[in-house]
Design a binder for this molecule. Structure first.
Ligand SMILES: [Zn+2]
Ligand SMILES: [Zn+2]
Length: 942
């Protein structure tokens, strides 16, 4: 069997279809993993890495005394499966294989993933041949070519990837642990540090420092308005920026008519067609279309997997000779770009453009398959179109501009104007992404005079350097050798998700700056790109087999040890610096009660609130939604009224939830419940707020005496207020229980959220589960519930209520269950139903029922029903069964009417017994008659 291992499931599926040709491909799921089979071949897709590097056991405890952060540098490293199901399927298939082909992506990461698969296969099959297929696009031609030229795995390339993996783990884990412990951060708030991440963060933080320390310089620009052939024309003074205001004023003063044309220069400018896309230039171009780097990469990978574009991780900007450009054009003829393709074919430049970097692994990014907007959807189409148009542009002629420059003289002051006109569109025709602003100047002749319509002196300021946009940052990282084409966008994504940077352009957060500045001060190796550049060079040496993996990792270990020498010597200082700087990030503003700082607090990473830094003297606090709704962070915006920063909840993968001013929100969300207090008035509410009491619990916690003093009300009124607040709390508790019940029982649908249902129920006066049990059907339907749900809900609610009442009445849980099944709803049923009946229905022994009846009735203040022993019941049963017409099924009905033996039957009122039991009165009469007949006979006999 030939086993082919692809990088992902989707590539396995596509490669299978391409290799199978006309054969049918069978798709099977084994242990949840897809396989694709034809002939004697089986394909399975990985999920990228299916194993990860990790430390050996014993290093998970951050607080271990014997194993401080530094110990991670020399800790043993193992590979652990992260995708267990794929690993076990791969090994199961490998046992049966007589040939294995690794068909993962063709680059360092792909080679490493391939080596991981290789090791998993070798572990279970020592003898099998393992080969490697290398391709740059998942298209039929490319895949068939790759499988006809199978080679060996490149272990040197994989070792380079492995060394980076190990070094990243070592640096990242040990430094993150050290800094987090130093700054007393844990759980969701750890401070991560990384080999590429930290220098990148430093670049952003340093740029921010430059911007802050920038002192703007004033300068002046002099322009002149004139007119030619009816159209206005603005001329610039050739001096450009006047740094001296007096110079500018003097030049303006000297500017006088006549305004004379002194020189007209015309020329032609070549506008070169762009070079082929590599990863960085694709990300930059996509950034201009609004894609974040990470998103552009995700979409590009998706397009690659589906065969629409070539492999998107490449440093190559020169089309290799082996790439058939005509064939690519041919593919594009079948798309919406057929008109552009035809134009390119007519005007094609002799050689395609070429960039500076040529490498052999992958061609520049180019289209490989035809697609339609409907097929791809908006986002994917946007990126696909960009790749197609860039490809077409690289085959198109240069554009040509006609340039014109006209110089003037006004009273000895030189002015000028330049213009440009696109003479030959060239590549711009097929690549409309970069602006080509034409500026037309009317024809002028030397010596010609024009009027001066105005002279303007404009004051301006020099601008600080701009912040990095994501695409600009990626470019700069590339220039500095930070990260690789595959990792740069991920590093930026991590900085954002760890809240070290925010916005686009990117700004460092307080934490981000605090961490960088402390590291720069005490161990700047971590924040400088040199170290990571050295590693890239060493990796290159591993690829070329001039150094070994262990050698490079060993060197990195030594470097990290010396970093720790510096860090450990300043641990306390580093911790204090970061903590001092970051406390600001949690501070929201002044406490309304005592004026000290209010701070965002998180408890065990689960709940969060805003508390006063004056605690325990000041207990003022504002509750916030749980962390599962998002972590609370401070925004820059400040509430005018309360001088508190606005709060936002952020959660990975969810839209942020803006709470606004926490106090405004606190007041607003509690106003409605405060108004549930019967004696609440607007005036009283205002007085409560003025005393910083915003919630019902605030009132309950206060003493009546305090309330009377703060609100200037009588002590009786204050006591009443506390009592009413307590009742409201009880109501709220019952309502929240009802809400929980609804949430558990009813599935939300469009237009009926749980909150909406609860709201409608509350409006109808249904405040708790008990009320729901006895609610009218139409009321429930009005709240958006279906017939079926209404019945189910009511039954469940009734059961809960009954269960609760029986429990409150003091009955044991085991029996309660049986009673509920028998339809007993509360203590009153014990008072009205005969114990014999309850016993027959529930299966509880009759004597136990009698005991329970006594307990239940006395707790509810009801009369205790008659008692009966098991023995008496048995005897009565025999008596009744002896009566003609009474069988087992009739017994239970009779019990219901309190008829338990011959005597009680004889004494029964037929009408009433019929109503209670459901047995026709005539039949009861007949039974009574037959008893008295028997009775007479008996008497005659004796
Ligand atoms: Zn306070
Ligand atoms: Zn406010």
């Amino acid at each position: 069997m030939h086993l082919i291992v692809a990088e992902k499931n989707i590539s396995a599926r596509r490669i299978a279809a391409m290799l199978a040709g006309n054969n049918h491909v069978t798709n099977k799921k084994e242990g949840g993993v897809d396989t694709y089979a034809f002939d004697d071949t089986v394909l399975v897709g990985l999920k990228g890495h299916v194993v990860e590097v990790d430390f050996v056991e014993g290093y998970t405890n951050w607080r271990s005394e014997e194993r401080p952060p530094r110990s991670l540098i020399d800790a043993g490293i193992v590979k652990r499966p992260t995708e267990k199901r794929i690993v076990s399927l791969l090994q199961k298939l490998a046992k049966k294989a007589d040939l294995v082909t690794i068909a993962t992506d063709f680059d360092t990461e792909g080679e490493l993933i391939g080596k991981e698969a290789y090791e998993l296969v070798r572990a279970v099959n020592k003898g099998v041949r393992i080969l490697r297929a290398r391709f740059s696009a998942i298209t039929p031609q490319e895949i068939k070519r790759a499988f006809s030229e199978l080679t060996e795995l490149d272990f040197a390339l994989a070792a380079a990837g492995e060394s980076r993996q190990i070094i990243d783990l070592m640096w990242g884990a040990s430094l993150t642990r050290f800094i987090s412990i130093a700054a007393r951060r844990g759980g969701a708030n750890i401070l991560s540090v990384g080999r590429v991440q930290s220098p990148t963060l430093a670049m952003i933080a340093d740029r921010e420092k430059e911007i802050e320390s920038f002192v703007p310089q004033k300068y002046w620009m002099l322009t002149l308005d004139t007119k030619k052939d009816g159209s206005p024309l603005e001329l610039r003074h050739t001096h450009g920026r006047f740094v001296d205001h007096d110079d500018a004023l003097a030049a303006r003063k000297r500017t006088t008519e006549p305004l004379t044309v002194t020189e007209v220069k015309e020329g032609v400018k070549n506008d070169r067609a762009p070079t082929p896309f590599d990863t960085t230039s694709l990300l930059v171009a996509a950034g201009r279309l609004g894609f974040s780097a990470a998103n552009a990469m995700r979409v590009a990978e998706d397009l690659y997997m589906n065969g629409f574009i070539s492999y998107p991780r490449t440093d190559n900007t020169v089309y290799p000779a082996s790439l058939n450009l005509d064939e690519v054009l041919g593919v594009l003829k079948a798309t919406a770009f057929s008109g552009d393709v035809a134009w390119v074919e007519r005007h094609r430049r002799p050689e395609p453009t070429r960039g500076k970097k040529s490498s052999t692994d992958h061609p520049p990014i180019h289209p490989t398959g035809a697609a339609t907007p409907a097929q791809l959807g908006e986002e994917r189409w946007k990126l696909y179109e960009l790749v197609v148009r860039r490809f077409l542009a690289t085959l198109s002629p240069d554009a040509r501009w006609l340039t014109m420059k006209v110089n003037f003289d006004a009273g000895g002051e030189p002015y000028t104007v330049t213009g440009g006109q696109l003479k030959e569109e060239g590549w711009r025709r097929v690549y409309p992404y970069s602006e080509a602003a034409e500026r037309l100047i009317p024809a002028c002749t030397v010596g010609e005079r024009l009027p001066i319509l105005g002279v303007n002196l404009e004051e301006k300021e020099t601008q600080p350097p701009p912040r990095y946009t994501q695409s600009r940052l990626i470019q700069t990282m590339e220039e500095l050798g930070l990260g690789t084409k595959s990792t740069r966008h991920e590093v930026i994504g991590k900085l954002v998700s760890r809240r070290y940077v925010q916005g686009n352009p990117l700004r460092p957060t307080l934490v981000g700056r605090a961490v960088v500045e402390s590291l720069e001060k005490h161990a700047d190796t971590i924040t400088r790109p040199d170290m990571t550049r050295t590693l890239e060079a060493s990796m290159q040496q591993i690829k070329e087999s001039t150094r070994t993996r262990d050698d490079v990792v060993g060197e990195s270990r030594a470097m990290l040890h010396s970093v720790f020498d510096d860090l450990e010597a300043h641990e306390e200082q580093i911790g204090a610096e970061i903590m001092d700087r970051t406390v600001e990030e949690r501070t929201v503003g002044p406490c309304p009660v005592c004026g000290k700082d209010l701070q965002i607090r998180q408890v065990h990473g689960a709940s969060q609130f805003i508390g006063c830094s004056g605690y325990p003297e000041c207990t003022f606090n504002i509750s916030l939604p749980g962390v599962q709704w998002g972590k609370a962070i401070r925004l820059d915006q400040v509430c005018d009224k309360h001088r508190l920063n606005h709060i936002r909840l952020i959660r990975k993968g969810a839209r942020p939830w803006d709470i606004g001013c926490p106090l405004c929100s606190h007041i607003e969300s509690n106003a409605a419940t405060l108004r549930l207090i019967p004696h609440m008035t607007d005036a009283l509410l205002a007085r409560l707020h003025a005393s910083h009491m915003y919630t019902v619990p605030d009132i309950v916690r206060a003493s009546a005496a305090d309330l009377a003093a703060h609100l200037s009300i009588g002590s009786e009124e204050a006591e009443k207020l506390v009592q009413e607040a307590n009742d409201v709390l009880d109501l709220l508790r019952r309502r929240s229980e009802l809400k929980k019940f609804i949430r558990a029982e009813v599935s939300p649908r469009r237009g009926r959220s749980h909150a909406k249902i609860a709201q409608k129920l509350a409006a109808a006066g249904i405040d708790d589960i008990a009320a729901l049990g006895s609610a009218r059907v139409d009321v429930l339907k009005e709240a958006g519930l279906s017939d079926e749900e209404t019945q189910g809900l009511r039954a469940k609610a009734q059961a809960i209520r009954s269960e609760r009442r029986l429990r409150e009445a003091g009955l044991p849980a085991v029996s309660i269950k049986k009673y509920l099944e028998a339809g007993i709803a509360g203590p009153e049923d014990f008072a009205t139903l005969h114990p014999a009946y309850i016993s027959a229905k529930s299966g509880v022994r009759v004597e136990t029922v009698c005991k329970h009846a006594e307990v239940a009735c006395s707790s509810a203040g009801l009369d205790t029903p008659p008692k009966i022993t098991q023995k008496r019941l048995e005897k009565g049963r025999e008596e009744l069964l002896a009566v003609p017409g009474i069988g087992e099924p009739t017994l239970e009905k009779l019990y219901r009417a309190g008829i338990v033996d011959a005597a009680s039957l004889a004494a029964a009122d037929p009408e009433r017994a019929s109503a209670a039991s459901g047995i026709p009165a005539a039949k009861i009469r007949a039974c009574i008659a037959s008893i008295s007949a028997e009775d007479k006979k008996e008497r005659v006999r004796t």
